[in-house]
Design a protein. Structure first.
Length: 147
């Protein structure tokens, strides 16, 4: 893993329409950001998975069917922590209040949904939500190790 200066901050931002066809653009942006941040490939893959899951949830559920909307993703790294901030102006939804998925149950016994949020919780170190000025703001943080 590349050495990262603790004082350098790397930032990226992408705004996508609520169309899952644009997910490859998100993944490319995260890959480029992770490479510039000196992250290991396994961490990059995990972050991509978590952020993709969260963004797809926004694209599929934040806006009523047939409504156009956007999801904004800001990412930053200070060499010790990666922060992703997802924001949208869709229907208010706080994923931090969503109850944990019971992964001990079989697929047939489990209620539909919730596994994406479960996955995000498993990958990220902290998740926080706020509704501000009609926008959902989801902040996801992951500590990183530097050499």
């Amino acid at each position: 893993m590349a050495e990262i200066q603790a004082h350098s901050t790397i930032q990226r931002e992408i705004s996508l329409p609520n169309d899952i066809e644009t997910i490859p653009q998100l993944c490319e942006t995260i890959d480029s950001f992770a490479e510039e941040s000196g992250l290991e490939m396994s961490l990059t893959m995990s972050l991509n998975l978590a952020i993709e899951e969260a963004v797809v949830n926004v694209m599929e559920y934040a806006y009523p069917a047939g409504t156009k909307g956007e999801v904004d993703v800001q990412m930053s790294s200070n060499g010790q922590e990666i922060v992703f901030i997802l924001s949208d102006s869709g229907v208010a939804f706080d994923p931090t209040k969503h109850k944990e998925a019971d992964t001990t149950l079989s697929a047939e016994e489990r209620s539909i949904g919730g596994l994406g949020i479960h996955l995000v919780r498993q990958i990220m170190d902290s998740i926080s939500y706020q509704r501000t000025e009609g926008r959902n703001i989801l902040t996801l943080k992951k500590k990183i190790l530097t050499i």
